[in-house]
Design a protein. Structure first.
Length: 534
């Protein structure tokens, strides 16, 4: 088995194992691309849903796996109403993570994606080789996930490790009677001097009774401080998409084009992984030629018209591995972690940001010029639980037919990119309107509007697990002939609550004074867990 195949399998096992360690109370989708189907262990109560590439959906009852002939068989049936309502079958971007308690206590859904099937003698036959993806829709029950795959061999890797996610405040939007998880805000702002603004797109967020309702929650061992939360409405022409960059500037995307190629510097071809937004992502697991602790992806686009500015579009998120390895770094401080954390509040934030860039924690975007690769921007963390679409403006001078080469570079396995495109259409000024905040209350019904209505240093404080803030915004009438897009602007920071035991590992911590050590720490840990090094 070559090292690339080993890494794919290792990543699968490691991420699966890490998923078992997470005890959060929200709906999760565990996705496995090109899995070893013969390792699936199907419980009689599992509900199997087949997804054909044509868009057809059906339930496969009495499923059986024939490892000799490498096929699965079953009886094709109509999907029952309770699973049609689960949110997973609808497959719309804003409902696919919705948790519906109407599903039976054990009845987790297994979704199988295939390009073709054969109907014979009342049975449906699907060959292993035609299955591209399997998704497990579960309610954060690690024991259930373990039953699907033979991962007992992976479990000892993390025995004895107390792992707490290093994330940030969660955002949910009210859709009908349910709150949909949308993602995380101001990721990486882990101290007051790292407070930053965040702009989260909220596609398909529909007003109810002329209002928009959302909530900000603390579901992890953190203290969270949000200075402002405002819902921004951007008016734009119909038929185009609008995304914001990392600084809150909106851009029109009238004609995004796919890359001609998407290759790593070591020669891996990942074009198929990034041309469609389908959950199949490049996870930065090819070693960069210049530094094996980093990984990269080179995208080549052909301009379809003359332009002085191009707009790079990315749908991305951080990996769970990134979350895990940062937690392991913090654990090196042992019972001295609180002292270290307190001391960091007085450090120059520019130095801390530079450290995050040097270690590949922030995703670096480069463009190839006559003088070589030049940095365009660094993308801050967005969290591991939901992908986010952003735009990165690229200043250039090109004509139709010119090639534009972009490099994405990060620490090894810190990011995953599901989709990449570029738009060369002309941008235009867009009107941004903050929607009026009508109401803001916490989990106890206490009014917190004054804490969050403006960016003034007066914070919404959520210092414990279970803290929530419910925000209601007024919907404004839309100008005739126009469309609108919504974005959540927040600013804030958060602090970890940790109770590590033991003395700080001083000898190991001293190594991190050298730039690149954190990336090396991550890569070496990954290789050890994957069995790629002795």
């Amino acid at each position: 088995m070559n090292s690339h195949s080993q890494r794919i399998i290792a990543s699968f096992l490691i991420v699966l194992t890490l998923n078992l360690s997470v005890g959060c109370n929200y709906f999760k989708v565990h996705r496995f691309n090109n899995p070893a189907i013969e390792t699936l262990k199907i419980d009689e109560n599992d509900y199997i849903i087949i997804h054909m590439s044509s868009g057809q959906l059906y339930h496969l009852d009495h499923l059986a796996i024939n490892t000799d002939e490498k096929i699965i068989t079953g009886i094709k049936k109509k999907i029952t109403p309770e699973h049609q309502q689960s949110g997973s079958v609808k497959l719309t971007p804003h409902t696919k993570y919705k948790y519906k308690p109407r599903i039976s206590p054990r009845g987790e859904e297994v979704h199988v994606y295939t390009s073709k099937h054969v109907l014979t003698d009342g049975l449906t036959l699907i060959a292993f080789e035609d299955i591209s993806r399997v998704e497990i829709y579960d309610r954060a029950n690690g024991a259930t996930i373990a039953q699907y795959f033979g991962v007992a061999v992976a479990i000892p890797l993390l025995i004895g490790v107390v792992w707490l996610m290093t994330s940030c405040p969660f955002i949910y939007t009210l859709e009908g009677n349910d709150y949909d998880f949308r993602g995380e805000i101001y990721g990486g702002a882990i101290a007051p001097n790292l407070e930053r603004d965040d702009y989260m797109p909220l596609p398909h967020f529909i007003p109810q009774n002329e209002t928009f309702t959302m909530k900000i929650t603390n579901e992890l061992q953190e203290r969270q401080y949000t200075d402002v939360a405002e819902l921004l409405l951007v008016e734009h022409p119909k038929g185009v998409e609008v995304l914001m960059d990392s600084y809150g500037n909106p851009y029109i995307l009238a004609n995004p084009i796919a890359p001609m190629s998407a290759e790593t510097s070591s020669g891996g071809d990942y074009l198929a992984a990034v041309t469609t937004q389908d959950g199949i992502a490049y996870q930065f697991t090819d070693e960069a030629i210049t530094n094996e602790d980093f990984s990269d992806l080179d995208l080549t686009f052909e301009a379809n018209n003359s332009a002085s500015q191009a707009k790079l579009i990315l749908n991305l998120k951080n990996t769970i591995w990134m979350d895990y390895i940062f937690e392991r770094f913090c654990a090196l401080f042992g019972d001295g972690y609180d002292r270290f954390s307190e001391s960091q509040k007085n450090k120059d934030p520019e130095n801390k940001i530079q450290w995050a860039q040097d270690e590949g924690i922030m995703l670096e975007v480069k463009m190839k010029t006559k003088s070589g690769w030049e940095t365009v921007d660094h993308i801050n963390m967005v969290g591991p639980l939901a992908a986010r679409s952003i735009v990165v403006p690229i200043e250039l001078d090109c004509k139709a037919g010119d090639k534009v080469e972009i490099r994405l570079e990060s620490g090894y396995h810190f990011w995953e990119v599901d989709y990449a495109a570029m738009d060369f259409s002309e941008n235009e000024a867009l009107k941004i309107t903050p929607l009026p905040l009508l109401k803001a209350v916490d989990e106890n019904g206490v009014d917190v509007m004054s804490d969050i209505v403006r960016q003034d240093g007066n914070y919404l404080e959520q210092p414990y697990v279970g803290a929530e803030a419910f925000l209601t915004f007024e919907s404004l009438p839309m100008q005739e002939g126009h469309a609108t897009s919504l974005f959540l602007h927040t600013s804030g920071y958060y602090e970890y609550i940790r109770n590590y035991a033991g003395k700080p590992d001083i000898s190991e911590l001293k190594k991190f004074r050298t730039p690149g050590t954190f990336a090396h720490f991550s890569k070496s840990r990954f290789s050890q867990m994957a069995g790629l090094k002795n």
